[in-house]
Design a protein around this ligand. Structure first.
Ligand SMILES: [Zn+2]
Length: 339
């Protein structure tokens, strides 16, 4: 590790790493030992009615079982259990944010060596627009799916007919197809209600895949790769299972980057992202491969809006917040002193 003339980045990595040893345990995603804890919290803060909770729960079980059928061979037993149990809680945005703020520190420990891409450590991201009408000031909205580590808080707005149902989880059930021209007014009304359930079912189902993937990832890996992978698996599962789902512009490009990694590496790509490569040397080699694909350059390219973008105008881009390895080292030191 120590050569004669270590570069500033290497020195900072070594320094930060020494401080992060104790944090290693914290990087592991947390699983609840007793699932009744989630149920208790859900009862207290869920914005869904008991019937809706059943429907959302059934949806979660269905898409989760399909994920385990597709990727179970790359998961350990604990991770499979995590997938087959319910993790989602749907609550009001303020509560979701408060919960995640509270728990974020449990899971945001970073591994400076593994996390950094060319000396930068990515901490968070927002999807937003470049609004040139306001003197070029970018307007960004924070991403709204929130992972608190032990389970997933999904902010949801109060709204009538927000029900989902697994019966709509397929492109073939799109209420816009096979429309009878002689339909009655009642039929028209029902069809539009169905359309709403159909869209919500498919977008919620894929969101569940995305967030539960985060729940079992090796959080020491660079954030852009973790996000790209989460988008990749939601896209992949939709394709495999025939759900109606399309990623937009830059998240699609990010997923493509991870797809490049999967194409090159095969099954070990999944093992790496889910933290199941036990051989240290193989792990380092795979991380090196990953960083050949996820460079500062390719991440920037994928993140800015592009011609394939299907977002409605104005077009959105991904804004990453990153810090240098040196700053990360300082922060870890500070956290240690204060904890
Ligand atoms: Zn994500």
């Amino acid at each position: 590790m120590f050569r004669d003339n270590p570069s500033p980045v290497e020195m900072n990595v070594a320094d930060a790493q020494a401080n992060s040893q104790d944090e290693a345990e914290n990087r592991k995603p947390f699983y609840l030992r007793d699932s009744s804890t989630r149920e208790e919290i859900e009862t207290q803060i869920s914005i869904l009615s008991p019937t809706e909770r059943e429907e959302y729960g059934e949806l979660e079980s269905t898409v989760s079982e399909q994920f385990v059928a597709a990727y179970g061979q790359f998961l350990n037993e604990e991770q499979k259990e995590y997938w087959l149990e319910r993790q989602m809680i749907y609550t009001a945005p303020e509560l979701a944010h408060a919960f995640v703020e509270n728990w974020k520190t449990d899971v945001d420990a970073i591994d400076p060596e593994t996390s950094n891409i060319e000396g930068r450590i990515f901490e968070s991201y927002e999807i937003g627009t470049v609004d040139t009408t306001h003197q070029g000031t970018p307007i960004s909205t924070p991403t709204h799916h929130l992972l608190a580590g032990r389970f997933i808080m999904h902010p949801i707005l109060p709204e009538p007919s927000r029900g989902v149902s697994v019966q709509w989880l397929s492109r073939g059930t799109d209420p816009r197809t096979n429309v009878d021209v002689n339909e009655s007014e009642e039929d028209v009304k029902r069809r539009w209600e169905n359309l709403r359930s159909y869209r919500r079912t498919n977008s919620t189902g894929t969101m569940i895949i995305h967030e539960k993937v985060h729940g079992i990832q090796d959080l020491a890996l660079p954030l852009p790769a973790l996000e790209a992978a989460a988008y990749y698996y939601e896209r992949d599962m939709a394709e495999r299972c025939g759900w109606d789902h399309k990623l937009f512009g830059n998240t699609d490009k990010l997923a493509d980057l991870y797809n490049e990694f999967v194409q090159k590496i095969g099954g070990d790509a999944h093992r790496l992202i889910f933290g199941n490569v036990t051989d240290q040397r193989q792990q380092s080699e795979l991380v090196a491969h990953l960083k050949k694909i996820f460079t500062l350059d390719t991440i920037a390219q994928a993140s800015s809006w592009n011609e394939d973008d299907r977002w409605p105008e104005p077009r959105k881009h991904i804004r990453w917040q990153s810090i240098s390895v040196a700053e990360a080292g300082q922060r870890l030191k500070r956290n240690q002193t204060h904890s």
